[in-house]
Each structure stands twice: as structure tokens, then as C-alpha cells.
Ligand binder design. Structure first.
Ligand code: 13P
Ligand code: SF4
Length: 336
């Protein structure tokens, strides 16, 4: 399988230069949950949250979902304002699909290592080097990269999209090399891969997961396809965030080792109260690396402030909006 040399994302890049939130600006007597509910009503706003958000955010959201479900939800709502508790590329997607609605994000610094590891100028060069390749691009990228892509996909829609393409169509896949490799194996297609990774999914320790399997011999190992190939080879089930959630509910098994961001365990426990979910351990004991540091930048305080201040707001230049909507709509059409 062909591969392309590109910057490896680094954990150190996270969390700097974001919105400086003045929490001192919040009256400490306020009940933030009540305030958010009140503002939602007054502003005609909907609160969308990804499964990787803290439990307290998931519990007040109008809709929780994976990236494909949230993109669809954003279009179905009648609300004037979308408050997106997720990461920047997800809020951008909501804006691209809903140009007339205001889209607010609690913290502008909530990025994604896959998106930052695939800058638009480099991606443009990559495409120019392979003009005969169609670009299937994972939704975890910037609006500019979406505008340079042919078809967008998510982890839950990628296989279906690739299988609809003519068998002689050359494909390049960006930015996640683990998901790309997994899809190439599943679909039997040779794909040119951009070498990006997710800082969360690449840090699960295979050795510690093997230890956990000895400790919980009846537990099934379930993993997101952004994990490394060696871990995926050991998994009993591989799927997108919502596919993992569904699997744990429908499976007769009662114990699961979960190799994806730990936020999803909240919904797994709610959906299957009698079952046991063991978070997949990262490589270093001291690190909290099965939490996405970008997703976890969002807090109730920041949700309240972004609604009260109507900022930060997602704003995308018109030409980028048009190009990115084209590639996103292809995904939505191909997965109806
Ligand atoms: P999902 O498409 O499964 O929601 O994944 C998004 C993501 O960022 C995974 O790390
Ligand atoms: Fe990006 Fe990984 Fe966080 Fe998902 S978990 S938003 S892929 S950094």
C-alpha cells in the first residue's frame, strides 16, 4: 500500500492559544444547567454533543451522536442557533451544512490532531502529485481540506462509500492512516494513505490490553478503527463510536474492554446498565491519554459563556463553504 510522508501530530501542540475564558465573569450563584436550558429556549438554540464529551455535557445535550449522526442532526433541527459541544471540525461541518444558522463553539482551541496534521497547502500538493486519484477524506479535517476533497466520509460511512466506487478507480485517503489501512483491508482496495494519526487512539497500549484480557478472560475487546493495526488485529469488534455503542448493547457478552475515547462509556453504561466496561489503558500509567484533550476543553462554564456572549462563532469564507459543502453532500447522498 502506498504511503505519503507527512508531519506526525504531537500531543504537545494542544490547548494553547484558545479562547481565554473569564470564569470570574460568571455569577457563582448561577445554576449553569438551568441557565443553559433558559438560554436554549430564549435563543431558539439546540445543543449537539459528541459521545466524547464529559458526562455532564452529554446529559444536558438535545442530541448526542457520532460525527455522521451529528452532521445529519444539525440539518434536521429547526433551531436558529447550533451550540456544538465537540471539536472544531465538527462545528465547522454543522456550519457548512447550515449556512444560515449561527454555530457557536464553547472553545475555539478544541481542535483535532488529525485535522492539524493535514494542512490545506500540503494536502493540495499531495493531490496535485496524484491527479488521477479520487480523494476520500475523513471528516476529521479542516473546511479548507474538505473543499479540496472529492468525497468526505466518517468512520461509520467510509466502507459504504468506497464500495460504491468503480473497482479501477484510484483512491487517496486522508488524513488517518490507521482508518485508511483498516478500510483498505476491509474493501480490498489499494489506497494511497496520508500519514496522520489520532493522538488518543494511537496511545492505547497493546501490552496492557493483553494483560487486561488475562484479567478479564470473558471480556470482548472492542476498538475504533483509528487504533493502530496491531491492536485492531486483536479486537473482537471494530466500529465507529456509535457502532461500538450498538454492539455493546446487542451483544450477549457482559464485559468489554473499550479501546476508544473513554467518554463513550457513559452512554454504554446508560444503555446497558448491567454490563461492565473497562477503559482501554494508554501506554503510560500517569497519562490520561484515553481522554481526548481537545474534546475535554469543553465545560459547562464555556457552553454557558458561548451562549450568553454569542461567541466564539464559526465563520467560513464563501468559497470554502461552497467547495466543502459539495464534498460533504456527496457523503450524505451516498449514505442515505
Ligand atoms: P466518530 O465518527 O466515530 O464519531 O469519530 C470521531 C472521532 O473524532 C473519533 O476520534
Ligand atoms: Fe481528533 Fe482523536 Fe480527538 Fe477524535 S479523539 S477529535 S480523532 S484527536
Amino acid at each position: 500500500m502506498a504511503e505519503f510522508e507527512i508531519l506526525a501530530p504531537k500531543r504537545e501542540r494542544i490547548g494553547h492559544g484558545g479562547m481565554r475564558v473569564g470564569f470570574e465573569d460568571i455569577d457563582p450563584r448561577l445554576d449553569l444547567v438551568e441557565e443553559i436550558v433558559r438560554l436554549k429556549r430564549e435563543m431558539n438554540a439546540v445543543l449537539l454533543a459528541h459521545y466524547y464529551q464529559d458526562s455532564e455535557i452529554q446529559d444536558i445535550a438535545d442530541y448526542i451522536g457520532d460525527s455522521l449522526e451529528l452532521a445529519r442532526r444539525s440539518q434536521e433541527t429547526g433551531a436558529e442557533v447550533i451550540v456544538f459541544a465537540g471539536v472544531h471540525f465538527m462545528a465547522e461541518t454543522a456550519k457548512i451544512l447550515n449556512p444560515k444558522r449561527q454555530v457557536l463553539i464553547p472553545d475555539m482551541a478544541a481542535g483535532c490532531s488529525l485535522a492539524s496534521g493535514c494542512p490545506a497547502p500540503e494536502f493540495k500538493r499531495f493531490r496535485e502529485m496524484h491527479p488521477d486519484h479520487l480523494s476520500i477524506t475523513y471528516i476529521n479535517c479542516s473546511a479548507e481540506v474538505k473543499a479540496l476533497s472529492d468525497i468526505i466520509c466518517t468512520s461509520s460511512s467510509a466502507e459504504r462509500i468506497i464500495n460504491q466506487l468503480p473497482s479501477d478507480q484510484k483512491i487517496l485517503f486522508a488524513p488517518d492512516r490507521n482508518l485508511g489501512r483498516y478500510l483498505a483491508r476491509k474493501t480490498g482496495r489499494d489506497m494511497l494513505l496520508w500519514q496522520g494519526t489520532c493522538i488518543v487512539h494511537e496511545t492505547f497500549s497493546e501490552r496492557k490490553i493483553v494483560e487486561l484480557r488475562h484479567r478479564y478472560p470473558n471480556a470482548l475487546l472492542i476498538a475504533h478503527p483509528e487504533c493502530e493495526e496491531s491492536l485492531l488485529d486483536r479486537a473482537d469488534y471494530i466500529g465507529s463510536t456509535s457502532a461500538l455503542l450498538k454492539f455493546t448493547h446487542e451483544s450477549p457478552a457482559t464485559e468489554f474492554i473499550v479501546a476508544t475515547e473513554s467518554g463513550i462509556i457513559h452512554q454504554m453504561e446508560k444503555l446497558s446498565p448491567g454490563k461492565t466496561f473497562i477503559a482501554g489503558p494508554p501506554q503510560e500509567e500517569s497519562c490520561n491519554c484515553n481522554n481526548c484533550p481537545y474534546m475535554k476543553l469543553n465545560t459547562l462554564e464555556k457552553i454557558y459563556l458561548c451562549m450568553r456572549n454569542r461567541a466564539p462563532e464559526i465563520d467560513i469564507p464563501a468559497d470554502v463553504m461552497e467547495g466543502s459543502r459539495r464534498s460533504l453532500n456527496r457523503m450524505l447522498e451516498m449514505t442515505k
